[in-house]
Design a protein around this ligand. Structure first.
Ligand code: CS2
Ligand code: MG
Length: 408
């Protein structure tokens, strides 16, 4: 059998998603997530204009060869657009292979190493009262781990904080439909460094020591600021401090490690194992944060996580709402199968999205399972998808109080 049809689907049920659909000569369909928040059309074009035609007629079973063909063939290497496109093809071919085998993908990856996948939710609030309300809400839903983000005195809307009032879903969509220019937010690291340790102290006082607390620094601190912050929050026993510095400066983490045992997670903006080489071989991180969608797919992610396992480093796969349910399913199948699983991020998609993408996920007491349908276990309703037209949306640009552009 061979690859016969390659379609790129763009839909926007509340936010933009790009999905690759591959159909074999026997009519078997595979799906791959190609969503890159804010640059969706770049990946869609890479697939439509440069990849689709070269896949037609290829043997769909030759997943590794196709991966190498798409990685080495174009000559130009790596980058978020290229690796998201390769990831989509790879996910779709694994989806097809598992469907042909009549089993859920995790079985092809070595079978289940655990009964379920522990997930963490995004708890946020503009102030501590709203944050406490969100944490309480997620604990009542059965979550055992929450990421906590809160407003910082003196600053307006900042990263990761939902403005939803008490009693509503606590999530948020970071990409804003703001026309041709991104929205802008302001930031002050000093206010943040001063404010946050008290927030973690209050959370431990209100929720005790069992709850796994995660926090995302979102690339904003300098190495010495990150070292001070990781040291200051050490008493509050975080499960991880994420993206404390811009991750591409890999050796910056040496300074943080010298001052703190707070576990570190990095990598959601990475797209290749080479982005991690120093971080992993020097044990500068504890969790690998990449998304399957942004790192070349299941083939590449499994190799990356096996490399990390040699150094005692675990998975913490990226799973915000800008990873589609297809990309989330790929993560869950890997999470279930690998030995060095850490935790899985889970921002539940909205109802509109779940009408477009039908998943077989089940949630029970803080653990998620991808289900046992053959393949990834996700179906794409193209009629429902057609009802949600692409709308340009960008992630905000961040500026310091003096106007200097800063990491968002
Ligand atoms: C965040 C993401 O989930 C996270 O850890 O860093 O929500 C990130 O802001 C978005 O994926 C950007 O599109
Ligand atoms: Mg993050």
């Amino acid at each position: 059998m061979t690859i016969e049809i390659v379609d790129v689907n763009i839909t926007s049920p509340g936010r933009n998603f790009v999905t690759l659909k591959i159909t074999t000569s026997d009519g078997i369909v595979g799906l791959g997530d190609a969503t890159l928040n804010g640059r969706e059309l770049a990946v869609a074009s890479y697939l439509s204009d440069h990849v689709a035609s070269m896949l037609i007629g290829r043997d769909e079973d030759r997943i590794e060869d196709t991966w190498q063909y798409l990685y080495r063939g174009p000559y130009w290497r790596r980058g978020p657009v290229t690796m998201a496109a390769i990831a989509a093809v790879d996910m779709a071919l694994w989806d097809i292979k598992a469907k042909k085998a009549g089993m859920p993908l995790y079985q092809l990856l070595g079978g289940a190493s655990r009964e379920g996948v522990r997930v963490y939710a995004h708890a946020s609030g503009t102030d501590y009262a709203a944050l406490k309300n969100a944490i309480t809400g997620y604990e009542e839903l059965g979550y055992t781990a929450v990421r906590v983000q809160t407003g910082v005195p003196g600053l307006g809307q900042i990263y990761g904080v939902s403005n939803a009032g008490p009693g509503v879903r606590y999530d948020y969509e970071p990409a804003k439909r703001s026309g041709d220019r991104p929205s802008e937010e302001t930031w002050d690291t000093r206010n943040y460094l001063t404010h946050m340790p008290g927030v973690f102290s209050q959370i431990r006082e209100d929720f005790g020591t069992d709850l796994r607390i995660l926090h995302d620094g979102h690339h904003r601190m300098s190495p010495i600021e990150a070292a001070r912050f990781a040291k200051d929050i050490e008493p509050y026993d975080l499960f991880w401090l994420e993206d404390c510095t811009p991750g591409e400066d890999q050796t910056a983490l040496r300074l943080v490690r010298q001052h703190s045992t707070t576990p570190l997670a990095i990598g959601e903006v990475f797209n290749s194992v080479f982005d991690y080489q120093t971080l992993i071989t020097e044990r500068l991180i504890d969790y690998v944060r990449s998304a399957v969608t942004h790192t070349g797919g299941i083939t590449a992610m499994k190799k990356l996580l096996d490399f990390a396992a040699i150094y005692g480093i675990k998975s913490g796969i990226h799973g915000p709402t800008d990873i589609s349910p297809v990309g989330m399913a790929a993560a869950l199948h890997l999470d279930l199968a690998i030995h060095n699983f850490g935790i899985q991020e889970y921002m539940p998609h909205n109802e509109q999205t779940l009408e477009v993408f039908q998943t077989s996920f089940t949630f029970d007491k803080g653990f998620l399972h991808p289900g046992d349908k053959p393949g990834l276990g996700v179906d794409l309703d193209e009629d429902a998808a057609a009802g949600h037209e692409y709308t340009k949306a960008y992630l905000p640009v961040n500026r310091l109080l003096d106007g200097t552009v800063h990491d968002w």
